[in-house]
Design a binder for this molecule. Sequence first.
Ligand code: HEC
Length: 104
Amino acid sequence: MVCISCSKDKTEPPLPCLDNPSFDLEIKNIFLNNCSGCHQTGNAINGIVLEDFSSIKLNLDHSMEEIQNGTMPPPSVIMPPSGMLNDSIISLLNCWVENGALNN
Ligand code: HEC
């Protein structure tokens, strides 16, 4: 897959953190909808499982890196591979992390 026009300006500041998102109501579904298909027990690509609070918490730093920058050597692969999550979703994730990444 070649993608020329979809690179993002990574220097943009993140959207402001208005409140602390709930893991149960918001964050969990972001992972279930965008990540778990390739990262779950029985189909854990690269050994990464993202299917519940403890597995998400275990892989959180690494996941945030992959979601925002992609760290696999060139060309870097942003997660999910189908296309970068939109700014409001990334901002929700960052707000949750800033607030301590709680099981709330
Ligand atoms: C369509 C399948 C697919 C989806 C959906 C997906 N991934 Fe991945 N993920 C992969 C593949 C394939 C790799 C290995 C990439 C490589 O080796 O270049 C990977 C690698 C990773 C790694 C790094 C593993 C390592 O060894 O360093 C992390 C962390 C990760 N994914 C997190 C996520 C997160 C978080 C999401 C959701 C936002 C996600 N992935 C969605 C297929 C997927």
